[in-house]
Write a protein that binds this ligand. Structure first.
Ligand code: M6R
Length: 612
């Protein structure tokens, strides 16, 4: 979603801001803008469209200045156009502001400001905040810092803002509630951004702003206060992120790079957590909570999108190995449907970004009800790990492509480890099976490497079906969530309609769709439902459907029935999601590329969904 970058220091701000905006493009956006302070005036350039478009438009302008802010906007209030793009100036041009999040009571505030003579030129909630700050500043004759603080006490909603005040030019004011902000500390300079990606090439020392914190940022001085004006000691952290991790490194797209990174990212997920003799596994972040987890009568998994699919795999794993009932919930449904939450429930929130608004709201609901909440997150220092009682990082590394790939396999790896540890501790999984499964898990990266060796084969199939109007994905057991994930991957990046179904459900409706034009992707590796999925394939073929099957190496039966097969190495059926999802990622990727889609930044989508 929207991205923020700001700089104050002795260097020229513009090159830092524009590069920072390019680093933030992965979050998804539809318009962009910058503001620079020049001799006591704030100049703003903003327009609908890409950062490079803005860069080209203003190439001949005076872009000097050592204080600046930039924004990528993902429209919420008002269509994507030049006027609604950020930054927004207040009516009397005293303040310029960029904003991530949503001011929920903006129309009430707008009405009041209108009654006091304010006129608005955009449809945004952000302009309302800019004018509210200015109104308090002028009417109350207070400092910019106080005006921002008082304005924020009137605001309901979520925000990450950065404000420039023309009268106090050597200062940026930033504030956070809900939408994350991170401050980078350089040499007599400071950076501020919505995530660390635009900062990491400048400095590794960062401070994550907490909710209800306001930072007054000067060149060599930083003060952080609560919204109640109490000064707090900043907690400086070192980023472990490397710049190479957020670059394409020769791949055409981040998505392809991230698909190919999976042997490494899965290894990173279990690195240091599995003993070198494969006799033991531990998840440090859950050690203290383990006794409580083992006793749990129920586990609730909460997530959205791909993370929800990982959660579904987690349900199957935990129920099978640890025999604890699991329910998997969409954050958005859970938070609004008055769910039953017991004090002894264990809630596991899964999120790549750690910022998903619906998942965060569901976490808070669960905490209010007294449940213990754990997080499985990828982005270090993000909101969910900070809001949960305990948790584990997936260590997949930055995922820049909007379509989640390596985050999914890392999440499933953690869930597999959790299920196995729990099962072993509870005695519901034998020592022998535990050891066998650890070995199988550590073999997964090289099996994925094998699958990736034939990645080019997916191109020709993609070429054949690039114009299909619909796809169906079928799977059973552990492979049902993979079918959902495959369908999501295809629709989000290629814009082809796709549905995932439990294979046996096909005859309860979707079978009506099958004809000679319908590609049906069937996940059909050798497991306990193998015979049944073979029957499902026959049912599709009997109606002239096109079967693209993902099968175990050496499977001759399905090879003779399906139109196309992709083989994956053999593994334990509980680990099959980690292998079978790879062909589906590749298939979606190549179809989207052939269709000319913007694979890394699909239309309308954002990488971290920070609004509900
Ligand atoms: O950051 P999160 O894992 O919480 O994000 C959840 C979904 O928004 C995300 O998985 C989304 O569905 C992806 N675009 C899927 O590829």
């Amino acid at each position: 979603m929207c991205g923020i970058i700001g700089y104050i220091g002795n260097k020229q701000a513009y090159p830092i801001i524009i590069k920072g905006l390019k680093r933030l493009e992965y979050r998804g956006y539809d318009s962009t803008g910058i503001a620079l302070l020049q001799k006591g005036e704030t100049i703003i350039y903003k327009q609908k469209g890409k950062v490079s478009h803005l860069e080209d438009t203003i190439v001949d302008e005076n872009l000097s200045g050592t204080v600046g802010i930039g924004h990528t906007r993902w429209a919420t209030h008002g269509e994507p156009n030049d006027m609604n793009a950020h930054p927004h100036a207040s009516q009397n041009k005293k303040f310029v502001i960029i904003h991530n999040g949503i001011i929920e009571n903006y129309s009430r505030l707008k009405k009041k400001l209108k009654a006091r003579g304010y006129k608005f030129i955009s449809e945004t909630d952000t302009e309302v905040l800019a004018n509210l700050i200015e109104y308090i500043y002028e009417k109350g004759n207070v400092s910019a810092e106080i005006a921002v603080r008082l304005a924020l006490t009137k605001v309901i909603g979520a925000y990450g803002i950065v404000v420039i005040c023309k009268d106090e030019p050597d200062m940026l004011i930033a504030a956070r509630k809900g939408s994350p902000l991170v401050i980078g500390i350089g040499n007599n300079e400071h950076y501020i951004a919505s995530d660390a990606t635009p900062i990491v090439e400048h400095t590794k020392s960062v401070i994550y702003l907490n909710n209800d914190n306001i930072a007054v940022i000067k060149r060599g001085e930083l003060t952080i206060k609560t919204i109640d004006n109490a000064e707090i000691e900043p907690q400086v952290q070192e980023l472990t992120l490397e710049i190479g991790a957020i670059e394409k490194n020769g791949y055409d797209h981040f998505m392809l790079k991230e698909i190919f990174e999976q042997p490494r990212s899965i290894t990173d997920t279990f690195r240091g957590r599995i003993a070198s003799d494969l006799s033991e596994m531990r998840l440090g972040g859950l050690l203290d909570i383990m006794p409580q987890l083992e006793k749990a009568k129920r586990i609730l998994i909460i997530a959205c999108g791909t993370s929800w699919h990982a959660g579904l795999v987690g349900e199957y794993l935990i129920e099978e190995f640890a025999r604890i009932p699991v329910e998997v919930e969409y954050g958005s449904e859970f938070r609004y449907r008055n769910p039953i939450i017991y004090k002894d429930d264990i809630v596991i929130a899964i999120s790549q970004s750690g910022e998903t608004a619906d998942t965060l709201a569901a976490i808070n609901l669960a905490k209010e009800a007294g449940a213990t909440v754990l997080g499985i997150c990828n982005v270090v220092g993000s909101s969910i790990p900070r809001e949960t009682h305990a948790g584990v990082y997936t260590h997949a590394g930055p995922e820049i492509g909007v379509a989640s790939t390596k985050a999914f396999t890392a999440q499933v790896t953690i869930l597999t480890m959790m299920a196995l540890i729990l099962g072993k501790n509870k005695g519901t999984l034998s020592e022998e099976s535990y050891l066998k499964l650890i070995k199988e898990l550590t073999d997964i990266p090289k099996k994925i490497e094998e699958i990736l060796k034939s990645s080019k084969n997916y191109k020709s199939i993609a070429e054949l079906y690039k114009n299909a109007g619909n796809f169906i994905y079928l799977g059973r057991g552990y492979l049902f969530p993979v079918a959902l994930e495959g369908a999501l991957k295809l629709k989000e990046i290629s814009y082809i309609h796709a549905e995932g179904y439990p294979a046996a459900e096909m005859k309860h409706g979707p079978i009506a769709l099958i004809d000679e034009k319908m590609p049906v992707v069937v996940l059909a590796t050798k497991d306990k439902s193998y015979d049944k999925i073979v029957t499902n394939i026959q049912e599709v073929k009997a109606r002239n459907g096109i079967v693209i099957a993902i099968v175990s190496q050496g499977d001759e039966i399905i090879k003779n029935m399906a139109d196309h097969v992709f083989e994956v190495p053999n593994t334990h059926e509980a680990l099959a999601p980690l292998l079978t999802v790879i062909p589906l990622q590749l298939l979606s990727y190549y179809i989207a590329v052939i269709r000319g889609c913007n694979v890394d930044q699909p239309r309308n989508l954002a990488k971290s969904v920070t609004v509900e």
